[in-house]
Design a protein around this ligand. Structure first.
Ligand SMILES: NC(=O)C1=CN([C@@H]2O[C@H](COP(=O)(O)OP(=O)(O)OC[C@H]3O[C@@H](n4cnc5c(N)ncnc54)[C@H](O)[C@@H]3O)[C@@H](O)[C@H]2O)C=CC1
Ligand SMILES: O=C(O)CCC(=O)C(=O)O
Length: 525
């Protein structure tokens, strides 16, 4: 039974879902990194919000971990490359808290413009300072949205409801989408120049870190207002402080900080700064949504292999998972066959999907094939990181699909090219789920791939079969199955022999020395 740890405060709905799906679950919010490192090895899944930092260190100790589920959107608290390297799928819940977060951004904006937090504190203190708090009306003002994705789009919609003019900067926003949203798409500098209020809704990446800093402030209107309900690192806090001190910025409303939990910050204590402790997603509705969703997604993956909303691997739906499983096994075996034959650096991989398999989601099948191909060369490769490893090594991967059947109703053919040329291997599924090799180097041969195999390329001459059989027999090696194929009578031939025990180096050498043998290799699947 898989075991999951919930290491952040999360709606009880998550634990209930895990339990109802037969998954053992421990709920331990508030652990220190050392405490988490000490226990993580026992778990197949880790469900988190933003407090748990899933670092390289934690992942190195997570020897059984298969999935990290983020009940929320931002995954900047997870080391994604390290997770991929360890074969850990990272998933989030991209929509469950978007409305709530957008509402928080709008709330922050209004409370900043009407100085509600300061007025509230003053009124509670019995001061009745009616003349002290002069606000700013939003109607007719220009809101600049940086990052017009899910949340940015909802913020734009709500701001339009407040009769604001919305302009947006987002390199991935199409003109059609901008038009649908009623957002004027502008460049960043123009947004800085025109906006009365700027609100941030991008992820924190190397491209967005510090997107609002000293240089950006010089381009903005005097008396601009800043809202940050996305990630702390997007705004350079010391530059914001300087811009507030100089009067360039009239106010800032911040839900997120460069360092969290933010117990001390140079921006604290200034009444023009409205601050909340990363509450963007904190509504009953959003927390219920993300907890349910993350638990269902993680349970699906752990129990069926279905992958939804993963950051580092292609998705596999619950219906697809059982259909893809035998193809992934076949693809991994074909990749492994080609990988074990590899003698020099790989340059390119072409995968041809023909017949039934071409109608399926082939990305996970290709990932499995690359895993098989690269594993003989690299120990740490897995389904999650194989496509990344291939890319890093400049191995081009091409997928070709044809819904026309070959000699088989469904077939995967892999051709790899290296410095010496190319080689190909193809396979099919027998009875819908049993992987079967059907050709090597375009020579037809039918074989199931097993743990201990001898692969021989030879000249098709009399006496070869007897010679191999005798050599194995005299060495006490039992033959389980024997498969032959040839280009034409007397031409190049191939032979795949399943044996009952691993082949010793000395026996392999003897086979290699037999007349008419071109190459002989021991393979394992
Ligand atoms: N305060 C809180 O509690 C919460 C904060 N968030 C934060 O909000 C962020 C946005 O969430 P979603 O809208 O759901 O994400 P999303 O992925 O739907 O949208 C992000 C948008 O940012 C755009 N973008 C990327 N780089 C950019 C750049 N250099 N300049 C301008 N735009 C850029 C993308 O094209 C995308 O359209 C999350 O990454 C997360 O960090 C999300 C939920 C709650
Ligand atoms: O879980 C939370 O409270 C934070 C939500 C968040 O920042 C996110 O979903 O990106």
């Amino acid at each position: 039974m898989p075991k999951v740890l919930i290491s952040d405060k999360m709606s009880p709905a998550a634990a209930e879902i895990f339990a109802s799906r037969g998954i053992e679950v421990d709920v331990k919010p508030g652990m220190t990194p050392d405490e988490l490192r000490a226990v993580i090895g026992a778990y197949d899944g880790l469900a988190i919000r933003s407090a748990t930092k899933v670092t390289k260190d934690i992942l190195a100790a997570a020897t059984n971990l298969r999935v990290v589920g983020r009940a929320g959107i931002g995954v900047d608290n997870v080391d994604i490359p390290a997770a991929s390297a360890h074969g850990v799928v990272v998933m989030n819940t991209p929509f469950g808290n978007s409305i709530t977060t957008a509402e928080h951004a709008i709330s922050l904006m209004l409370s900043m413009l009407r100085q509600i937090p300061a007025a509230n504190a003053s009124t509670h203190a019995g001061k009745w300072e009616k003349n002290r708090f002069m606000g700013v009306e939003v109607t007719g003002k220009t809101l600049g949205v940086i990052g017009v994705g899910n949340i940015g789009a909802i913020v734009a919609d709500r701001a339009q409801g407040l009769k604001m003019k919305v302009i947006g900067f987002d390199p991935f926003l199409s003109p059609e989408r901008a038009q649908d949203l009623g957002v004027e798409k502008v460049e960043l500098d123009e947004l800085f120049r025109r906006a009365d209020v700027i609100t941030l809704h991008t992820p924190l990446t190397d491209g967005t870190r510090g997107i609002i800093g000293a240089d950006a402030f010089t381009k903005m209107k005097d008396g601009v207002y800043i809202v940050n309900c996305a990630r702390g690192g997007l705004v350079v806090e010391k530059d914001l402080k300087a811009a507030l001190d100089s009067g360039k910025v009239a106010g800032a409303a911040l839900d997120v900080f460069a360092e969290e939990p933010a117990k001390e910050n140079a921006l604290f204590g200034d009444e023009r700064v409205v601050a909340t402790p990363h509450l963007g997603a904190s509504t009953v509705e959003a927390q219920e949504n993300v907890a349910l969703q993350v638990a269902e997604q993680m349970a699906d993956y752990l129990l069926t292999g279905a992958i939804t909303n993963a950051i580092n691997v292609p998705s596999v739906t619950a219906e697809e998972a059982p259909k893809l499983k035998p193809y992934m096994k076949l693809a991994e075996q074909l990749g492994s066959f080609a990988g074990q034959l590899a003698e020099t650096g790989l340059r390119g991989v072409t995968v041809e999907y023909s017949g039934q398999v071409a109608t399926l989601n082939t990305r996970p099948i290709t990932a499995a094939l690359l895993t098989g191909l690269l594993r003989p060369l690299l120990d740490s490769v897995n389904m999650v990181n194989a496509p990344i490893v291939a890319k890093e090594r400049n191995i081009s991967v091409t997928e070709v699909r044809s819904d026309k059947a070959t000699d088989f109703q469904t077939q995967i053919k892999l051709t790899v090219s290296d410095e010496r040329g190319g080689r190909s291997v193809a396979g099919t599924l027998i009875a819908g789920n049993r992987p079967r090799l059907v050709s090597v180097e375009d020579v037809a041969i039918e074989a199931e791939l097993a743990e201990n195999m001898l692969f021989v390329v030879n000249n098709d001459k009399p006496g070869f079969i007897g010679g191999v059989g005798r050599t194995l027999g005299e060495s006490g090696i039992n033959i389980a199955s024997f498969h032959l194929g040839r280009q034409a009578p007397g031409a190049r031939a191939i032979c795949l022999i399943e044996v009952d025990q691993p082949l010793r180096e000395a026996v392999l050498k003897q086979v290699q020395g037999l007349p008419n043998v071109i190459t002989a290799l021991s393979l394992s699947f």
